[in-house]
Design a protein around this ligand. Structure first.
Ligand SMILES: Cc1cc2nc3c(=O)[nH]c(=O)nc-3n(C[C@H](O)[C@H](O)[C@H](O)COP(=O)(O)OP(=O)(O)OC[C@H]3O[C@@H](n4cnc5c(N)ncnc54)[C@H](O)[C@@H]3O)c2cc1C
Length: 408
């Protein structure tokens, strides 16, 4: 039996897990295996500074190459893990080679959902990997027309970058409003106005019926009879957790690989962390699946501690961010199920706006969306964790500093 810990997936979760294992005292070999060819890199800039041409991939490495060598972590890139034999505790690579493990960590992340009406067409782009952006970037040129399918964060971030580069952009969203899955009508409305003020067309409640190609041009027919023309498409209609490797090994999985609060899967020797997992949230008292750097890093660190024999519960307050034009949006917690929204500041002024939306449930703060409000964001994370009732009138009173918000 090998004493090795093998980590599948070399991105935010996999890299954090590998480095934390060493900090927790794992002395045996560590193999970090990823199927992308680049040194593991920060994914968020892909739809932000990298797409805008302001940050090269070299400047986006999660850690310098030397860190892996210094920590005696064997990094295997361009290498895909094909199957797991849980009985023999072995993995098999695409090449046919097998490797034994004592502990295995699955950090396989997520893959983009394919937009079926555009299947197999040219000039249809997704944004998940550095390779995706390398394909898309040459099309981002002044005077071109882009259609963004999906008004979620990634679609909107891409729309902002394209508009700033002089591309004429329309966003098509099937739901009644953009960001419907993740935020309140007030925030959706602010974001829509922000984009429209920068020349981006936003069309909601629109379903694509078919796409035709006329030479290099695409004609998009919608169910309500509207028609769009574009030179290229960017699809951002969500992701699906990469569970197939786990599933085919008999590891319990649904929309994500099912893990306990200790990041353990249904196999006692196999752990999982990051976008690929579904985990119990003690804070929200339900199963959740998150797609964020915070979750990938912190869940991975908890998994590493538990692989090393600790019993560390993972129950962090989720947080996210999004950069669009000059605004920084910071989000703490999950707003699903709120019964009261309190606004502090004003959502007027587009890129100049500065406000926070606080989401309460039975008087307890469960989430906050903050635009240019870093103090409110920082305090919200602590208040959400504390789970105490909070005075709603304090939250909107600009005379009271966020640090002085008190329990009701
Ligand atoms: C364009 C974009 C912008 C984003 N912006 C933000 C943001 O602003 N803020 C934020 O918090 N989050 C953001 N996110 C989300 C964030 O990047 C993810 O939550 C994070 O990357 C998750 O890390 P992960 O390690 O769990 O999974 P991933 O980053 O998906 O990495 C999984 C890795 O495993 C590899 N892999 C999968 N299966 C195998 C296998 N069988 N063998 C070998 N390798 C395998 C995959 O190829 C991939 O490299 C963004 C994501 C994207 C795509």
């Amino acid at each position: 039996m090998s004493d090795c810990c093998i980590i599948v997936g070399a991105s935010h979760a996999g890299v954090s897990l590998a480095l934390q294992l060493r900090k927790e005292g794992w002395a045996a070999p560590i193999k970090l295996i990823g199927d992308e060819s680049e040194l593991p890199y920060h994914r968020p800039p892909l739809s932000k500074e990298h797409l805008a041409g302001k940050k090269e991939l070299d400047a986006m490495s999660l850690r310098p190459a030397k860190i892996y060598a210094d920590n005696d972590i064997e990094l295997l890139l361009s290498t895909r893990v094909n199957s797991i034999d849980t009985e023999k505790r072995k993995i098999r690579l695409d090449s046919g080679e097998t490797m034994s493990y004592q502990k295995l960590a699955l950090c396989t992340g997520a893959s983009v959902r394919e937009f079926i009406p555009a299947k197999g067409m040219e000039n249809v782009f997704y944004i998940r990997t550095a390779a995706d952006v390398a394909r898309l970037a040459p099309h981002v040129r002044k005077g071109r027309r882009a259609l963004v399918i999906g008004g979620g964060y990634i679609g909107l971030e891409a729309a902002a970058v394209l508009a700033e580069q002089g591309v004429s952009v329309a966003v098509l969203e099937m739901s009644e409003r953009i960001l419907q899955r993740v935020t309140s009508p007030a925030m959706s409305s602010y974001m829509q106005q922000l984009h429209e003020s920068q020349g981006v067309e936003i069309h909601t409640g629109v379903e694509v019926k078919s796409i035709r190609e006329e030479g290099p041009e695409k004609l998009i027919d919608c169910a309500d009879g509207t028609e769009f023309r574009a030179d290229f498409l960017i699809v951002g209609i969500g992701v699906e957790a990469n569970v197939s490797l786990a599933l085919s090994a008999g590891i319990e999985s649904g929309s994500g690989i099912q893990v306990s609060e200790y990041c353990r899967t249904s196999d006692e020797h196999i752990y999982a962390a990051g976008d690929c997992t579904a985990h119990p949230s003690l804070l929200y008292k339900r199963q959740i699946r998150l797609e964020s750097v915070q979750n990938a890093n912190e869940q991975a660190r908890a998994a590493a501690a538990n692989i090393c024999g600790k019993e560390q519960v993972y129950d962090a307050v989720p947080w996210f961010w999004s950069d669009q034009y000059a605004i920084k949006l910071q989000m703490a917690g999950l707003s699903t199920g709120y019964d009261q929204v309190v606004m502090r500041g004003s959502a007027e002024g587009g890129v100049e706006a500065s406000f926070a939306l606080f989401y309460l449930k039975e008087g307890v703060l469960i989430a906050a969306d903050c635009v240019a409000r870093p103090k409110e964001f920082m305090v919200s994370k602590k208040l959400i964790k504390a789970r105490e009732k909070i005075l709603a009138q304090d939250l909107q009173n600009e005379e009271i500093e966020p640090i002085n918000f008190v329990a009701a």
